[in-house]
Every structure is written in structure tokens, then in C-alpha cells.
Ligand binder design. Structure first.
Ligand code: 5AD
Ligand code: SF4
Length: 450
């Protein structure tokens, strides 16, 4: 609270407290941050973009790679002077580092007031009021989203996230997610449909369904039968005004037939699929506990492309996994050549304590660096080619914000490319047909189609 606010007469409404949230990592964290902001709204907090004026700073962390966790501690170090100036400042650590490190965070950084794991966000207001422990990282039985209030009055941006599933039972040998986010839990159909309808009523036209293993979602449907993820997408596509559906992230082994068929049958389902493969070497895939081979992945891609020929594929790769040889790396390069990705994320292997791979001997770091460079160069070439292929095509673009240059609008194409259009004829939230005329490094330029 500012000095001004405390000087106002007691009967006047005091100025809202300011909440600054920094979000690290994946889209699930972006979604969680939004929900926490809404929950804290009930406690009188409004969001600020300026950390210096905040009454509370919340760091929503990521634990997936070592660097992500180290970033938290350096950011906390930088908060020390702010806390010294403002002893009432509340500092909270949320997310997967909070889950993994718990009390250790407060021990290392005594300026931290609250530590809250991803499954306990609904208790944040209580924690702040001192009605719950200040370190909460258990996995409760109830659905945290039931307890997180939504501000149903506020209009939303045209594209929104919706978490449908959390956690992961796959236990890839390198990954902390099964430990930080826990076992797979699917949210019930009714909740998901309700939240989707609510978002659409608030101006949303595109929903990205989120889950650590989103295509593993399953639940009892409205008809009492067990629904798979494809059935859920079909039900969502019946919501009037929901023009686009996307989902992320998926495991190849959960690409069920009904989901592949949804790509063929549901026009609202965008022709874009993020399907991590991690490696193209069977030896490494086995060591990673991915439970599929390179050929099985390639066959799956064939089936998906048969259902939706214009689909764009993206993936994740880990380079330098323990035991990776030149031949394994060459196998990964060949898989990339064979599939042809629209874009992809690639990471140097990072040993994470508590995972099975942590104990294994690492490969030479310089070799891993060189392989990563080579792999990224190939992926960059493929991304360029995919963008080049868009030139001359007419695509749907959902406009999300004005560009920096006056008269310019920015939206997302069906394939998730950012598209810049010079036009005064569209507004935020419009979905228009755009002819692509140019490709830049990470975006496209287009003109409104007649
Ligand atoms: N080291 C490097 N990359 C990792 N990922 C997950 N765990 C690790 C790790 N220990 C990558 C995987 C995953 C993505 C979200 O992060 O590629 O798909
Ligand atoms: Fe981690 Fe994804 Fe493997 Fe689950 S499927 S363990 S989230 S990499």
C-alpha cells in the first residue's frame, strides 16, 4: 500500500494492493499464474507490471532444467534490496521449484514468506492471512481449480489456456514432472465444458487445452460413458463461438484413434500438433524410458498426416542424454529430416536430482554442445522452409494485439505463426482470412484477403 493510500480518510476505499507475478517455464504456469491472480483479486490485490511498486511478489517457478531452478535463486537475490526498503513486502515462491525444494527455499532465502506447490494454489489467500502453514506442498484430494475463484465479469483476450489434465505417469528417465506435478489427474468433463463456455462468454474464441500429458486425458462423459481426449474435443467443438481449439503437450503413446480422427473431422481443431519425440535413436529412447521406437513415431506421424494432410508438426529434443553416441545423434538428425518439423524446441540434457538418469555418467559437455548446434541449425532450416511455404496461402488469423507500428495488427495463424498485417479494418478478437506475403525470422506478414 502506498503512503497516499494510508493517509486517506478511513471511510474512503483504500487503494488496492499490488501483486507482481513472474512466470517461468511452460504454458501451464502461465495459466496457473492467471488463476492465482484472480484468487488474489478476492483479497484486494490487482496485478502490476512494475515489481518496484508491488506489495506482493510471486515467482511461479519451473524445475524442468537446472538453469530454470538457478534462475529463481538469482531473482530472489535481486529482491533483497526491495524487501529491505519495504519490510511489509510479501514474497512468495510457487510452482515446481517450490514443490521440489519446499523448506530449502526459505532456508536459503529467508526473505521468502510463502512457498506453495502447484497443487495448493487455492490456499494462497489463507496462507497470506496466516490461516494456513506458510510452506504448503502436499498433493490434496480435491480439485484446486474448484476453489480458485474466477472473475466472471472481466473480458478476456481472444486466446486463452484451459488446464484439463495435470501430472504425468510416464516417468521418462530425465524428467522431474512426475515428481513435481504428481500423478496424472484429469479434470471432469462438466468442469472443462463449463469453464470453456464461460471463457467464450467473456470474449474468448480460441482455447488451448493444457496438460503435462494432455492427450492422456480421460473422464466420465455427459452420457455416463468413459470419454477419451478426442471425444472431449468434439464436445468442445459444439460450443457456439469457440472457433479454434489447440492442445499441448502430448505423448506419442497416447495418440488414440479417436484423437487422430478428431484431427480429420473437427474443423475447429487447428492443423498443428506438438508431439515431443526427444530422440531418434531406439537405444536412447529405451534408456529414456519413452516406451516407443523411432519407427513407431514415424508410423504415427504418417497416420496423423493421412487424417490431416496440412498438419504442422513440432517437437522437443534432448541432446547429449547419458550414453548418446555419434550414431545415436545421427539417428535423431535422420528422424528430423524424415518428419520435417514446423519448429521445435531442443535442449541440452540437464541432470535432475531424483530422476533415474541423474545417476548415469554424462557425456562430454562440448560434444553435446556441438550436437545441439548441429541439430538446431537443421531445425532452423526446417522452420524457415515451413514459413516460406506459407507465402501465397490464405490462412485464418485471430487478431490479438496492435503492432508497434501504428496501423499494424498482430494475430496468430492457424499454424500458430505470428502474422503482422497493416490494416485499419480489423479489431482485437477478429478472425479474418489473410494472404501471407512475406516471411521474417519468427513471424509472417500478410494482407487481408478480399
Ligand atoms: N534435460 C533437458 N531437457 C529436458 N526436458 C525435460 N527434462 C529435461 C532435462 N532433464 C525437456 C523435454 C521436454 C521439455 C518440456 O523439456 O524435451 O519435452
Ligand atoms: Fe516428463 Fe513429458 Fe516424459 Fe511426462 S511424458 S515424464 S512430462 S517428458
Amino acid at each position: 500500500m502506498s503512503d497516499n493510500a494510508s493517509k486517506t480518510a478511513p471511510e474512503t476505499v483504500t487503494a488496492a494492493k499490488k501483486l507482481f507475478i513472474k512466470t517461468y517455464g511452460c504454458q501451464m504456469n502461465v495459466y496457473d499464474s492467471q488463476r492465482m491472480a484472480e484468487a488474489m483479486g478476492g483479497e484486494g490485490y490487482v496485478l502490476t507490471e512494475d515489481q518496484a511498486e508491488a506489495d506482493m511478489v510471486l515467482l511461479n517457478t519451473c524445475h524442468i532444467r537446472e538453469k530454470a531452478a538457478e534462475k529463481l535463486y538469482s531473482d530472489l537475490g535481486r529482491l533483497k534490496p526491495l524487501k529491505a526498503d519495504k519490510p511489509d513486502l510479501k514474497i512468495g515462491v510457487a510452482g515446481c521449484v517450490a514443490q521440489a525444494e519446499g523448506e530449502e527455499i526459505v532456508r536459503r532465502m529467508p526473505i521468502v514468506d510463502l512457498v506453495v506447490g502447484p497443487q495448493t494454489y487455492h490456499r494462497l489467500p489463507q496462507m497470506l492471512r496466516g490461516e494456513a502453514p506458510r510452506i504448503l506442498t502436499e498433493f490434496p484430494e480435491e480439485d484446486k481449480f474448484d476453489h480458485l475463484p474466477q472473475n466472471r465479469a472481466t473480458r478476456r483476450a481472444p486466446a486463452a489456456f484451459l488446464t484439463v489434465q495435470e501430472g504425468c505417469d510416464k516417468f521418462c528417465a530425465f524428467c522431474v514432472v512426475p515428481y513435481t506435478r504428481g500423478a496424472e489427474v484429469s479434470r471432469p468433463v462438466q468442469r472443462i465444458l463449463g469453464e470453456a463456455r464461460d471463457l467464450v462468454a467473456r470474449g474468448v474464441r480460441e482455447i488451448t487445452l493444457l496438460g503435462q500429458n494432455v492427450n492422456g486425458w480421460h473422464g466420465a462423459g455427459e452420457d455416463g460413458r468413459e470419454w477419451g481426449f478426442g471425444r472431449l474435443i468434439r464436445a468442445l467443438s459444439e460450443i457456439d463461438g469457440l472457433d479454434r481449439i489447440r492442445y499441448t503437450t502430448s505423448h506419442p503413446n497416447d495418440m488414440a484413434d479417436d484423437l487422430i480422427e478428431a484431427h480429420r473431422d473437427v474443423p475447429q481443431l487447428m492443423p498443428y500438433l506438438h508431439l515431443p519425440v526427444q530422440s531418434g535413436s531406439d537405444r536412447i529412447l529405451k534408456a529414456m524410458n519413452r516406451k516407443h521406437t523411432a519407427v513407431e513415431y514415424l508410423r504415427l506421424i504418417e497416420r496423423i498426416r493421412a487424417a490431416r494432410p496440412d498438419i504442422m508438426l513440432t517437437s522437443d529434443f534432448i541432446v547429449g542424454f547419458p550414453g548418446e553416441t555419434d550414431q545415436d545423434h545421427a539417428d535423431t538428425m535422420r528422424l528430423i529430416e524424415e518428419v520435417g518439423f514446423g519448429t521445435a524446441f531442443s535442449f541440452k540434457y540437464s541432470p535432475r536430482p531424483g530422476t533415474p538418469a541423474y545417476e548415469r555418467e554424462e557425456i562430454d559437455s562440448k560434444v553435446a554442445d556441438a550436437r545441439l548446434q548441429e541439430l538446431q541449425a537443421l531445425l532452423t532450416r526446417q522452420q524457415k522452409a515451413a514459413q516460406q511455404d506459407m507465402i501465397g496461402r490464405t490462412l485464418g488469423v485471430l487478431f490479438e494485439k496492435p503492432g508497434r507500428i501504428p496501423g499494424q495488427m498482430i494475430g496468430k495463424s492457424d499454424y500458430l505463426h505470428s502474422v503482422f498485417v497493416d490494416t485499419a479494418e480489423v479489431q482485437i478478437g477478429d478472425l479474418a482470412q489473410v494472404r501471407i506475403v512475406e516471411s521474417a525470422t519468427n513471424s509472417l506478414r500478410g494482407e487481408l484477403a478480399a
